[in-house]
Design a binder for this molecule. Structure first.
Ligand SMILES: [Zn+2]
Length: 575
């Protein structure tokens, strides 16, 4: 059985260092390459030779990265396939733990190399900073703990991927159930919501237990690296050189001050339009005028064809990029049982082509997702000719500018999916989603700040902290009778489990995306050209410079938030 959807892919640059027939699952055959890189480093006598050495190492890294991606893609496309699971786990359990100390040894050699200082400073500044950071954080005793962490994360995905319910005689994934929350029939919405909530409650204990194991592991990892808590470690480990935990706390405050009131207003309008006494959790996704849900497309093929047309309007280069993904079958987009939840873009680093994974079921949200993931894919395509592996990917805070700005820019042409009035309705829903996202982002981020700076907290204390944040940032929704579901509503936020502290990036990036959008409203061509230029920089420049190249400020305070929220607000009023 072929577990990968795409056609055979050739390396973008033919290998010159890694043997073409190397089995990248067989450590014994990979190890000699590390030996060679190590021994060669000692005899390097010029900056040019050192640069060649870096490029060979880059080639090896790309091959390893692509192998890991292939196994991850196969596993997430087939969570119920034992071979895919075994292959993925083999890499995570046997290959990666062996790789890490050897990678670390190379990094150490590079940082200490007498010729490193002779490489062009402007070109290698970011690379040097990042490698030095890795070297300072690396602890051999953490390798086994990180393996343990990856296995727990995989268990979480398996647990969530297996969740299904029987709704009116048919088995449905919880993702598929989402569409019933948009149905005008309130009783049906409630029935669907209760069924899903009930199913999630069955896994509460397992989720909490898994999470407690993760907290313990992460705290240990941080302490081994000399940090007081995992938050401070995570900031360093994520290379957050341009902002601090205190900046994030200020961001949360700005969201509370500038955005929460706007969200409450959207909700009270919704409650009035729906003629309800109180909004219940199943009243949040339905159209407030009780129109049936938007149906942008009937199947995945149609979604792809219409998305292609949007890019044809937007830019010929981006359009060609999306077409190439179709030609090479680099898309797995339909929702099936046995597929991991969510959506992601992954890059096959040796072929230097992007892959998109999602679970489309025919909602407007799917249109947003495909535009979003395509933005990531364009980012990967824009850096294709960069030979330094590390520079082909940007920091996440900027990766998400690429994707979120593409949602806003692509929305300009939503008529490809809908007649005019419906396109405006979709745009309005999208903007409401953006505004409504910030408070949830603040909850997810602030919750993790709390979790990892309160060592030894109990399950009850953690729940209380979460509920406190839900009242600070949550809207005006009546959960009475469903308190238990509300208290564990973070369980389905996979980032908290598998990508700790990876969430505030979405908020930071959304501010960048809104700025790109604001710019494009005054000068479309200039905004798109800056966007594309900033993507092509990959990870070669620090965050504030990437933002500047895209025409944005790298700031997330009240002053930056206010005009953007005002623009979104006036746009929503107009639509
Ligand atoms: Zn994204």
């Amino acid at each position: 059985m072929d577990l990968l959807p795409f056609k055979p892919l050739a390396a973008h640059r033919p290998r010159t260092f890694v043997p073409t027939d190397l089995d990248l699952g067989d450590w014994a055959r990979m190890e000699p390459l590390f030996d060679r890189l190590e021994s060669r480093a000692a005899s390097i006598s010029s900056a040019a030779e050192l640069e060649r050495w870096l490029l060979d190492w880059s080639e090896f890294n790309a091959a390893l990265d692509e192998e890991a991606s292939r196994r991850y893609i196969a596993m997430t496309c087939h969570t119920d396939n034992a071979d895919a699971e075994r292959a993925y786990l083999h890499f995570v359990e046997y290959v990666e733990p062996q790789l890490k100390p050897r990678q670390f040894a190379l990094e150490k050699i590079y940082v200490a190399h007498p010729l490193a200082g002779y490489l062009p400073q402007a070109r290698f500044e970011v690379f040097n900073r990042d490698v030095k950071n890795h070297v300072e954080l690396f602890r051999p005793e953490n390798v086994a703990l990180e393996t343990e962490e990856a296995k727990l994360c995989q268990q979480y995905q398996k647990l969530i991927g297996a969740q299904a319910v029987t709704f009116r005689g048919e088995e449905k994934t919880l993702v598929q159930m989402g569409r019933y929350l948009e149905e005008p029939d309130r009783a049906l919405r409630q029935e669907a919501w209760e069924l899903v909530a009930g199913r999630r409650l069955q896994d509460v204990d397992q989720c909490e237990t898994l999470f407690e194991q993760l907290i313990q592991l992460r705290t240990q990892i941080a302490r081994n690296a000399g940090f007081e808590n995992y938050r401070d470690y995570a900031f360093r480990q994520k290379g957050r050189f341009d902002y601090t935990p205190a900046d994030c706390l200020r961001f949360h405050d700005a969201v509370e001050k500038e955005i929460v009131p706007a969200v409450r207003k959207i909700q009270s309008d919704r409650r009035r339009q729906l003629k309800l006494e109180a909004l219940r959790p199943w009243d949040l996704a339905v159209d407030p005028q009780n129109r049936p849900p938007l149906k942008p497309f009937a199947g995945v093929a149609e979604m792809v064809a219409r998305t292609q047309k949007i890019f044809n309007h937007l830019d010929p280069e981006l359009a060609a990029g999306f077409q190439q993904m179709q030609d090479l079958k680099l898309l797995d987009l339909d929702n099936r049982k046995g597929k991991a939840p969510g959506g992601y873009q992954s890059t096959l680093s040796e072929a230097r082509v992007p892959f998109i994974f999602m679970n489309a079921i025919g909602l407007q949200r799917d249109v947003e997702t495909i535009l979003h993931e395509a933005g990531h894919a364009f980012h990967a395509q824009a850096t294709r000719d960069e030979d330094l592996y590390a520079y082909r990917s940007a920091p996440i805070e900027f990766c998400e500018v690429a994707s979120m700005a593409m949602e806003l820019l692509g929305n300009e042409f939503l008529e490809e999916f809908y007649p005019g009035a419906e396109a405006n309705r979709a745009r309005k829903t999208h903007l409401e989603g953006i505004i409504g996202f910030f408070p949830w982002m603040a909850v997810v981020d602030a919750f993790q700040h709390w979790i990892y700076t309160h060592a030894g907290h109990t399950r009850a204390e953690r729940t209380a902290a979460y509920l406190e944040l839900m009242s600070r940032f949550g809207g005006d929704v009546d959960y009475s009778g469903y308190e238990a579901s509300r208290a564990c509503s973070w369980h389905r936020q996979l980032h908290i489990f598998i990508h700790p502290f990876y969430y505030v990036e979405y908020g930071i990036a959304q501010l960048g995306a809104l700025q790109v959008w604001a710019n494009s409203r005054s000068d479309k061509a200039a905004a798109l050209s800056a966007y594309k230029k900033s993507l092509a920089l990959g990870g070669s420049r620090p965050l504030p410079e990437l933002f500047a190249a895209a025409g944005c400020r790298f700031q997330f305070d009240t002053d930056t938030l206010r005009p953007l929220i005002q623009l979104a607000g006036s746009e929503m009023a107009r639509l």
